[in-house]
Design a protein around this ligand. Sequence first.
Ligand code: PNW
Length: 479
Amino acid sequence: MFPPGFAWGAATSAYQIEGGWQADSKGPSIWDTFCREKGRVFDDQNGDFACNSYELWEKDLECIQQLGLTHYRLSLSWARLLPDGTTQHVNKRGVQYYNKVIDDLLACDVLPMVTLYHFDLPQALQDRGGWTSPDIAILFDKYANFCFQTFGDRVKLWITINEPYVCAKLGHEDGIHAPGLKEKGTAPYVVGHNMLRAHAMAWHSYSSVYREKQGGAVSLAINSDWFEPLDPGCDEDIAAAARALAFTLGWFAWPVFVTGDYPEVMKSAIDAQSEKLGYRGTSRLPRFSEDEPTILGTADFFALNYYTSRKVKPRGGCEKTLSTKSDQDTEEVVDPSWPISGLSWLAVVPDGLRKLLKYIKDTLSSPAVYITENGFSQVGPLQMKDVHRCEFYKSTISELSKAVQEDGVDVRGYFAWSLMDNFEWADGFSVRFGLFHVDFSHAELNRNIYQSGQEYANIISKYKSDQRKSEQLSKSNVD
Ligand code: PNW
């Protein structure tokens, strides 16, 4: 059901698994700072030790092999490589660590997909304004160049920035992610803008300096729910669903894949809301400058993080204060027929993935797509026989195969979130997304496969044996 060479992966990120927060002269990141402020994270937990992958990488590799993954998506800790965020000081031990991870993966026939930035900005750069400062794009580009130069001989799949939407909104508007800012309706657009500029600069660097020699591919990971009208026969609901898509997927996909600029509906909604609420000054949504590297075309594939779906209707312009939410002017509801995972926001809607993929194919000129994250969490009493999550993976992968077979979407790979239980940001360790259970109550931090992990391993092994059979068949046909 899946094409030859399909990537079967699992994903993690540095802060969520590594621990070793001060090991070998790593610099602090904004998550190290954020977790130290009381009341930010569930039970005031932090990622100081997490899964201790900094010391226990071999255990992770065993999990990867047990699943039979062909690919593993990890992120690099910027502050572990460059403690003050700049290339003036390189932490050799950090380089050694990631060299070992990458070499070990390749030795086991597992291809790395590497994310440069997954929420953990060096604190030293936050102190200089972080993602709200225009200078960040240049600093990021230098960091990206350093990584391409150091690891690009072996890494062929790169993600520059993970989920700019989440960084912009949760980090700078809702304040529930680091750096914890609550500058509603302004900072998120500036942050998103600088993330796009940073991404584009790094992509251009790769293209002009590394691509010819290294032959890899570079993109950014865009998260989006699937949105559909609450009442499919109601024009207002149809428009509201389109707005929700424009403000989530479109915010980052339009500049990179469609026009080089933000979606029209997003621009006009923001300007209209500014006007209505008496906001004076230049548009809250920055414009791209002609003097800077172009944004359009700066992705070699589409990287999608998909978790859930929503039904949408207009909120009715009732908001009295500025925010991205009030600009978007939608109300999003969960269909009562959708089962809820452990997390309240995570309704299980596997066919939403298929619909979103079709939408991406139709509106973004059929890009190659990797699902770079998708998963289902467990909260509360531990269940190793997690039948609901088994069902989830089976039905999601079945919807994915329909997207490929029936809708003709060019899907190249699927990465489950996550390889193992880890630090789930503001939810700390209370939420478990792993294919492997991690025993956080013992220093050994043993990893044990869940039933859903075994289910995923079976799917992969079935795929591999089907591939072998069809290869033999085509070979014997030739003979
Ligand atoms: C993604 N939300 O982030 C991240 O890329 C992962 O690091 C994370 O562990 C995973 O999803 C599961 O949450 C999100 O609150 C974090 O809507 C929060 C939200 C969505 C995505």
